[in-house]
Design a protein around this ligand. Structure first.
Ligand SMILES: [Zn+2]
Length: 255
């Protein structure tokens, strides 16, 4: 029975992931998220239910629309798989507790924010700002208020500092206000000191991606690369490897 629950949570997660794909596509285009039903973005052909099964439909359709044969982006099954795995992780660690629901929200909102920032270079504040409140609420409920509030202040404060000083030195926007709210939200959810390795991982992965991207596309260094997706990766990885990271930090702190 326990195994059945886990399989169910994973499948449920991939279905949620399918809905997150709808949000990522529709929010920046200001299309209603309820109506119309899913359609191919290329030929606008409605997607039938059996073409809308998470991950499996992509494999069965060999990654192409059944109507116009246009390639379907790999990010659709990827978002479904990642959401399934992250909800599975939440359930494995927290069962159906308060933490399960809060961290599932945390993972889902990071996926949506990252997807929208990646494709449209904008972070929807109407997700990250309520996210800050929910993160602090979680910390109050689990008696970690101090860690959450310091995480929020440290994360948001550091990115705000980079935004102000970077803008002063480079005379252009190096960090958006959206990045400030997003980092504050991640800090509120994962707390202090975990927010430090989260930002570190985000910067490292972001810099690596930026270098590879500039090399592969022969762009100049001025090409804007959204930071939100990397903050999302940093926040998720810091939470997944929390115990390993904390034991490493404390080993260094107390030899
Ligand atoms: Zn099509």
């Amino acid at each position: 029975m326990i195994l059945l629950n886990k399989i169910f949570i994973f499948i449920f997660g991939t279905l949620i992931g399918s809905f997150l794909n709808v949000l990522i596509y529709r929010i920046p285009r200001r299309i209603s998220i309820i109506k119309p039903n899913s359609f191919c973005p290329n030929c606008h052909r409605p997607i039938r239910w059996y073409e809308n099964i998470p991950i499996l439909s992509f494999i069965m359709l060999r990654g192409r629309c059944a109507g116009c044969r246009k390639r379907i982006s790999i990010h659709y099954p990827l978002v479904e798989l990642i959401t399934g795995l992250l909800l599975f992780y939440s359930y494995l660690h927290y069962q159906l507790s308060i933490q399960f629901f809060f961290y599932s929200f945390f993972f889902c909102s990071l996926i949506v924010i990252s997807g929208i920032d990646f494709s449209h270079q904008v972070i929807p504040d109407f997700i990250s700002i309520p996210g800050i409140v929910l993160g602090i609420l979680l910390q109050i409920l689990t008696k970690n208020f101090l860690s959450g509030i310091i995480g929020l202040g440290f994360g948001g404060g550091l990115i705000l500092l980079i935004r102000v000083f970077g803008g002063y030195v480079y005379k252009k926007e190096v960090m958006g206000l959206g990045d400030v709210f997003l980092t504050a939200m991640i800090g509120a959810f994962i707390g202090f000191p975990l927010i430090i390795p989260a930002i570190f991982i985000a910067s490292l992965v972001g810099a690596l991606f930026g270098l590879l991207y500039i090399k592969a596309t022969h762009q100049t260094r001025d090409v804007p690369i959204p930071f939100g997706p990397f903050l999302g990766v940093g926040g998720i990885l810091a939470l997944l490897f929390r115990s390993q990271i904390l034991s490493l930090l404390f080993c260094i702190g107390h030899p």
